[in-house]
Design a binder for this molecule. Sequence first.
Ligand code: HEM
Length: 158
Amino acid sequence: MKETLRWLPIAPLGIPHAAAEDDAHNGYFIPKGSLVFGNSWSILHDPVAYPEPERFLKDGKLNPEVRDPGVAVFGFGRRICPGRHFSDNAMYILTSSLLSVFDIGPPLNQRGQPVLVTPQMTSGLLSTPVPFKCTIKPRSTVAEALIRDTQMDEVVIG
Ligand code: HEM
């Protein structure tokens, strides 16, 4: 799950901030009012910290020597994302719930053979996946019954 955040982060350049005062960093003068971007993409694709950074390494986070992508995915310093713990937990619950009942795989061609999906993201301050096809099937008849059990025919609000 952490690897999905590292591989294709939704805020590749974070959220820009303005320097409140003249400042200096590593010999660079940063005049008051300058827009400063934290380049999360570059940090998360540093080949020293993450070998083969363009590849999705499905066991990446399990290796304790791999730097936690949380160092850059959620921004930095005082304005770091306050929703990061909520989002980590929500993503864990959502992903594990979906994978426990569904088999999710590549789309199939007319002969029923899997088609390779090339991941593409939108460009911009926020980067999200370009729509793609996939197959989603219940993992078993028991899983299907469970899914149908949770279906709500009517949602009453208020
Ligand atoms: C994978 C999910 C998420 C990612 C990758 C993410 C990423 C970010 C980033 C990069 C920033 C900018 C931090 C900075 O200025 O350096 C941010 C700010 C913020 N995020 Fe998130 N976020 C996520 C989920 C959430 C959730 C679930 C919430 C609320 C429940 C949330 C609430 C906020 C708020 C309120 C700010 C502004 C904080 C401030 O400027 O003081 N985020 N987030």
